[in-house]
Design a protein around this ligand. Structure first.
Ligand code: SAM
Length: 275
């Protein structure tokens, strides 16, 4: 009576762990989004297993059936079409119901497009947020992007081929043409491409060759960095005064202490002033 949450590849079929294969071989039932699609993966792995369909639209209802099966002693693996279940894929209701019913949930980690893209993005990865897909309609999407204007952490989005350009145009409108962005396309697949641009440059790059707009995409955007204009002018004034009498490092540290700011940021501003 255990539910295993098993990550599967996001493209390259070799990206499956030994533990995932062992688990898929040993369970009584595999719950999958698209049983035909997952059937091919299992065939590739030489696994004969009973499949059970669990989609976004029937998850709540089907979860009740799976909970009964788990309670009766069956072990079940949940997989999605690609990557880690529950990450923009079904599974949340089922896992919640397992916790409510005292059923053990065991995660079997593996590929996830968001993390795969982040680690190759060259953007700060110490703090990031995952936003999944943006709203489909322009107004809602622009409103959402407005909420994220001051977000200091790196932001990860998923995007589909047919909305990619609309989304980038909205990002340009709301965040400005200079916003640094990474597009990670077809990760782990033959045409894997990871490019780093400003939003307007990325739009041009995609328009130069429509084939570049096809595939599966992760967009990673640099979080908002405070510029000199965002800082209390009094702090800049103090920094400049202290800078006349003290080494920059010391001047930045004292100003940071007084105004509760980051000394590295003040140090950078001081450097710019000195030049
Ligand atoms: N559960 C998956 C995961 O762990 O990443 C995500 C599923 S979500 C329904 C599908 C979206 O993930 C795609 O539209 C795309 O944005 C992203 N994605 C999945 N595979 C990808 C890949 N190989 N390269 C780039 N993005 C990918």
């Amino acid at each position: 009576m255990t539910l295993y949450i098993v990550a599967t590849p996001i493209g390259n079929l070799d990206d499956i762990t030994l533990r995932a294969i062992d688990t898929l071989k040993s369970v009584d039932l595999i719950a999958a989004e698209d049983t035909r699609h997952s059937g091919l993966l299992l065939q590739h792995l030489g696994i004969k297993a009973k499949l059970f369909a669990l989609h976004d639209h029937n998850e709540q209802e089907k979860s009740n059936i799976l909970i009964e099966k788990l309670k009766s002693g069956l072990s079940i693996a949940l997989i999605s079409d690609a990557g880690t279940p529950l990450i923009n894929d079904p599974g949340y209701h089922l896992v919640k119901a397992c916790h409510e019913n005292g059923i053990k949930v065991v995660p079997i980690p593996g590929a996830c497009a968001a993390i795969t893209a982040l680690c190759a993005s060259g953007l700060p990865s110490d703090k990031f947020i995952y936003e999944g897909f943006l709203p489909a309609k322009t107004k809602a999407r622009q409103d959402y992007l407005t909420h994220l204007l001051d977000e200091p952490r790196t932001i990860i989005f998923y995007e589909s081929t047919h909305r990619l350009l609309d989304t980038l145009n909205d990002m340009q409108t709301i965040w400005g043409a200079d916003k640094p962005i990474i597009l990670a396309k077809e990760l782990t697949k033959t045409w894997e491409t990871i490019v780093s641009f400003k939003v307007n440059e990325l739009i041009n790059w995609l328009n130069e060759d429509p084939a570049r707009q096809k595939g599966e995409f992760v967009l990673i955007v640099q979080g908002h960095t405070k510029s000199e204009e965002d800082i209390d002018p009094k702090a800049i004034g103090t920094l400049k005064l202290l800078q006349k009498e003290l080494p920059l490092k010391k001047a930045a540290a004292i100003t940071a202490e007084i105004y509760g700011l980051k000394k590295n940021q003040l140090y950078q501003i001081g450097l710019n002033t000195e030049q």
